[in-house]
Design a protein around this ligand. Structure first.
Ligand SMILES: C[S@@+](CC[C@H](N)C(=O)[O-])C[C@H]1O[C@@H](n2cnc3c(N)ncnc32)[C@H](O)[C@@H]1O
Length: 278
């Protein structure tokens, strides 16, 4: 079941990488970290993503030498970590992203091609990193595994968003429930060294995504429907009827303009969290 779940989400990540690499010249798969002096513009998205990676790097404790990068995506963060002299291994359940990461990293990094819950990792590390991969992983399994994979006094660094508690009707999916995270964490021997909310710095990313969706994807979508309707009217009618619920769902989800920074701030809490094994 877990594989099935990853597979459908992975397609979105694979497509995201193709798009971001070609149009935005970036290979990161995480949000951007926006500072107040940066105009929120698609042209600055790459810089915002670099800033995000910088935030990760600045929060790695000095004693750390070995890192397990869980959910390494394209391998771009691992590449930066290698450049800083860290010894890296990674976990990646997506075959396409793993292939991409292997090439980017010149096969210098061992990648466990599995979901973290089931990866057969026997080694231990000074730090386990979850850069926007925390939300995909069962939290109990994650903390149980991290305890096994960490050296004494080792660290967990999480950078990801959570669902704020007590709210319903979010137009944005994803993220563990924040209250549930604190409850689960309390059951494992970790000390919280840092738990910083950085939602305001991350939310502008949604402006870029929303602008791209409404100004590029939406017109292309309706143009495609028009072309199919003109060229093959009968097939278009059948497809529209057959997929009517799917089409309605996609249009409602993406084209209402609700996936914006205001709703991101309202429904999500983006946090940078550093834990130490007790
Ligand atoms: C949003 S991307 C982040 C990629 C990268 N860490 C970054 O910061 O650019 C999420 C990553 O989590 C991975 N992932 C999803 N489910 C996972 C799981 N159960 N175990 C490990 N990784 C998972 C995906 O394959 C993908 O590489």
């Amino acid at each position: 079941m877990a594989y099935q779940k990853v597979d459908t989400k992975e397609i979105g990540l694979d497509m995201g990488l193709v798009f971001m690499k070609f149009f935005l010249k970036t290979e990161y798969l995480h949000y951007g970290f926006w500072t107040s002096d940066m105009p929120v513009d698609v042209l600055n998205f790459r810089q915002a993503q670099e800033n995000y990676t910088q935030q990760l790097l600045e929060n790695i404790p000095e004693s750390v030498k070995t890192i397990l990068d869980v959910g390494c995506g394209s391998g771009k963060v691992a590449e930066q970590l290698l450049a800083k002299g860290y010894q890296i291994e990674a976990v990646s359940p997506s075959s396409r992203l793993t292939e991409y990461a292997k090439k980017l990293l010149n096969n210098q990094v061992h990648i466990y091609e599995n979901i973290y819950e089931e990866a057969p990792i026997q080694k231990t590390y000074d730090m386990v990193l979850f850069s926007e991969s925390f939300q995909y992983i069962d939290m109990h399994k994650l903390f149980q595994n991290a305890l096994k994979h960490l050296n004494p006094n080792g660290y967990v660094l999480i950078c990801d968003f959570f669902q704020r508690d007590g709210l319903s009707g979010s137009p944005l999916g994803g993220g563990h429930k924040l209250g549930e995270y604190y409850q689960v964490l309390a059951q494992y021997p970790f000390e919280v060294l840092k738990d910083q909310e950085i939602t305001d710095n991350i939310a502008p990313t949604m402006q870029v995504v929303n602008d791209l969706t409404l100004q590029v994807v939406q017109p292309l979508w309706y143009m495609l429907i028009d072309v199919v309707s003109v060229k093959v009217p009968f097939i278009a009618r059948v497809l529209k009827w057959w997929f009517r619920k799917k089409i309605e769902k996609i249009q409602n989800k993406h084209f209402k303009g609700e996936r914006n920074p205001e709703n991101f701030k309202k429904f999500k809490s983006y946090r940078l969290i550093l834990l130490q094994k007790k």
